[in-house]
Design a protein around this ligand. Structure first.
Ligand code: NI
Length: 188
């Protein structure tokens, strides 16, 4: 495939306006939507993420991808139709690199979306997959995991010891967000 403008897309960080913009439905799944998804998968895998939403590439369209246990799920115009249970677990986000915290999520969700051919699909997910779907659909609704995280659980992952143990540093939400905003490149 020849180079196109999708190749230039990168993952934007906290402070970019697209992360706080509610994404609009795609409705028609065109080649350009499929090409966007292809680029999102590349970026997600390169960053070793479990999911990515189009807002995170600066494109406020209702498109997201999730990949857990080698199972790739594209999500076009996804919508949570039912959610049950609640479980707190750790989350991070490629737009807030190295920051982690505990977020309560439903244990099971049913999601309606479109597949790569525009056909309506319905999927039921539990546990980690349910968490990832909620996190990505939140992105499309301009929400970030830090909006829902238990603030006392927030920490920076600073690195790992020689034994592979994580080195962490607790942070408040305010201090963490300041770091991202201070690091932002100036924009036109
Ligand atoms: Ni995220």
């Amino acid at each position: 495939m020849s180079r196109d403008h999708y190749d230039d897309l990168t993952i934007v960080r906290y402070g970019h306006p697209a992360l706080r913009e509610k994404a609009v439905p795609v409705r028609r799944v065109t080649d350009s939507v499929r090409r966007l998804i292809e680029r999102m998968v590349e970026l997600m895998r390169a960053a070793r993420g479990l999911g990515l939403a189009a807002n995170q590439l600066g494109i406020p369209q209702r498109v997201a991808v999730v990949e857990i246990d080698d199972r790739f799920t594209p999500l076009i115009d996804p919508e949570i139709v039912s959610a049950t249970g609640s479980e707190t677990g750790e989350e991070g986000c490629l737009s807030l690199p190295r920051l982690y915290g505990n977020v309560p999520r439903p244990t099971r969700v049913v999601v309606r979306a479109r597949d790569l051919f525009g056909k309506r699909i319905k999927l039921t997910a539990d546990g980690m997959m349910a968490r990832a779907l909620c996190h990505e659909i939140d992105h499309l609704n301009a929400k970030l995991f830090v909006d829902r995280a238990d603030e006392s659980s927030l920490y920076w992952l600073m690195g790992h010891t020689e034994e592979g143990e994580p080195i962490t540093q607790q942070t408040t939400l305010e201090d963490a967000l300041k770091v991202f905003v201070a690091a932002r490149p100036s924009e036109k």
